[in-house]
Design a protein around this ligand. Sequence first.
Ligand code: IPE
Ligand code: IPE
Ligand code: MG
Length: 250
Amino acid sequence: MSANQDPPSLRHVAIIMDGNGRWAQRRGWPRLKGHHAGAETVRCVLQCCRRAGIQYLTLYAFSKENWRRPKAEVDGLMRLLRDFLRRQEAELHDQRVRLRVMGCREDLSAAVRREIERVEVATASYEAGQLILALSYGGRTEIAHAARQIASLAARGELDPASVDEQTLARHLYLPDVPDPDLIIRTSGEQRISNFLLWQSAYSEFYVTPVLWPDFREADFQAALDNYAARLRRFGGIEAGTPPQEKPPC
Ligand code: IPE
Ligand code: IPE
Ligand code: MG
């Protein structure tokens, strides 16, 4: 970024919260202890977002592929999610932050779904910010889900297949009103997307830190924001730009 360049705008931060298991294992503790410690980091990062005026925070909490883990870990994670929602609710009310969930809810137990729906309804009118939890989420599943909806509209004669473009697909994603993430942070040093926000991340800036999620604190978050502030987002152009809205000529 040149000296007189404004920092890029930052509305939406998405985080791949990784490294809980390794954090616990390094201490000789069961992996679940790492997940519990990671839940504390979530509270801290949510507060940081409020202070930094970031409108949307999306957290990758459980992937479609995480169902492959041992049953005891999955059950522990689901219990932790319910406890987290109960404990976090008061703060969401205080800060007037809306909770939303993206992913395959039908995979979750009825008890977890009830807890999610209760908090979603209770916070639905809040406009100070959004906390979005990606749960049983997979980017490929989301795109396939959108394609299925579009195909059934076309089959019913309600949509001309020739009119399907990027905007059509974007309108059928889980949360079509949420802007694409400006910044995606991944903790624990892994340099992969792990099926997270595949469509929405087309022009997101990536930031990978070796810090494990339970150790990630305000200073680490601020380092990510500072790093982002120095990026030049070109969106295919040759100078700082905005995301393309128009359909490119093909
Ligand atoms: C991330 O931590 C949390 C979830 C995927 C639910 P991990 O459990 O993946 O931790 P590592 O990568 O094994 O250290
Ligand atoms: C990604 O972490 C999923 C979440 C953070 C919820 P994983 O630990 O599951 O990813 P891989 O298996 O290392 O790619
Ligand atoms: Mg991991």
